[in-house]
Write a protein that binds this ligand. Sequence first.
Ligand SMILES: [Zn+2]
Length: 619
Amino acid sequence: MKRWSEVTAIAALVVTLATAVMAQGDPAAARNTNAASPSASTDSNSFAIRNVRVFDGERVVARANVVVRDGRIVAVGNGAPIPAGIATLDGSGKTLLPGFIDAHTHSWGSAQGDALRFGVTAELDMLGDWNRLPALKQQRESLARTAQADLWSAGAAVTAPGGHGTQYGMNVPTLAADGDAQAFVIARAKEGSDYIKLIVEDMSGHSATRRWPTITAAQVSEAIAAAHRADKRAVVHVSRQQDAMQAANAGADGLAHIFVDAAASDAFVQAARRHDMFVVPTLSVLAGMAGTGEGARLASDARLQAQLSGDQLGSLTASFGAQPRPQYLERALQSVRMLHAAGVTVLAGTDAGNPGTAHGASLHGELALLVRAGLTPTQALAAATSAPAKRFGLADRGRIAVGQRADLLLVDGDPTRDITATRAIDTVWKNGYAIERVLQDSAKPATAGSAAPTDTLVSDFDGASIDARIGLGWQPTTDQMMGGASTVSHALVAGGAAGSSGALEISGEIKPGSMFPWSGMMFFPAAKPMQPVDFSRRKALVFWVRGDGREYNAMVFSGPSEQSMPSMQAFTAGSEWKEVRLRLDGFDGADPALLRAVAFTAGQPAGAFRFRIDRVELR
Ligand SMILES: [Zn+2]
């Protein structure tokens, strides 16, 4: 959903497929295995595991042998014969599980690799770039070696113009209030959507004042009926119970989230049961909105830590930047408890791609949250394996049985007793190939910024050009990088603060067209853009400002990855020069030890703006 990341992801996919075809064309390479060494299984997609506890997707087999040949399971059972000469591991003390299926993600960039490193062998994307649908289908039908989880996707969603799902910088198709829902769904089916995602969201479940346009009740019914005629499942995003009820009564196959405006009523539970509607509660993302620190706890779990990339770490520890809503998680846990007790199918899904979550790692957190909501560990494991495979029609996944694809996860200990044992990963197999779980150095989290200079002054704008005492200096930044249309210009002007000779004037226009419009100037403290510098010994961002009386934002970009969410504080630019001092610890979630950039920006409302800054210091 970040446009350039999508392009990169597609390019990476093409490379992977090309490599896979070449590998398939050389059977001698596949046969060149050393049967004596368990690690030899990385060279082949044929192997066996003996004496292992098996969770087969539904139940536990205390002790079994499992044989994989050419990427598929060919034998399972206590005493199943192991062919001579096949690479064999001893599974004593370990548990073998089907690879996990995350039933709600937004997968772009490195998502599929991140997922696979943590044993999530399939993700169900709930809104993403539809152009890649044919390539995704080709990839998941292959049994070739791959470093990526398989991906199914809704592609574009059924949403209103300006509605939820249109704010991510991709130019997405929308269904107008007088639009033809059936034709819209048929167009998605033609693009290759694996299922149809509907978005019913006017924000009234989240806010007393904000309202977004959303599709009508009649369009919900028409779109679901059209999806079923096209032989597609219909999955609905809601955040209010009344919308969930309406979706159930309209025949929706599932909910993409549990609602957050209340705990489930008996009437809703009965409706979900009567219509056999599954629910993907996405407790992980709700925990993020609740501000419970769930993501940070996962990030600090020693069993997960070593495989977390900088981007994953940044995302897990990011916040939504809004007021925490602890009631969201409390209500959701209560709803899941009731739905599960009534026999409604609950599926594990994280909404990874959002703040507070990370692909792969968060599925392990979701399992623990499902157990907290009253599922037994075995039921939670089924909610991440056989249940999503069944409800989404993924024929050869989610179980350990003869004929199934060998997408497998071997862990130490017994997650059917202690659900967190899923995090003690021994090996992940995709298409029968053991995957390399070691992170490349470039993907590892930054642990230290370069040393900060002794001078606290960044820029005084008194020279002949816009220079900085440290780092790369200043550059314009606008929402155009996310598909917006806001503009900015900047110039050195005479007459700075406190009698100095010059200042930096920043002016432009905030234009509608982006859900989060911004425009301003950005400063990089290192020699390269977004490289971290250690300002942990500084207390405040201090600068002088004057301007048109509008409110502006100071934004701090920091943290273990370039993708870490920025945090901001507002200031007002009045008609007289004024010194502003913003404490660094007042930037919520910012890490001054890994400071990557500072920006001064205008945001909402739309319109022209003009302000000047002078004597910027990190003090
Ligand atoms: Zn989502």
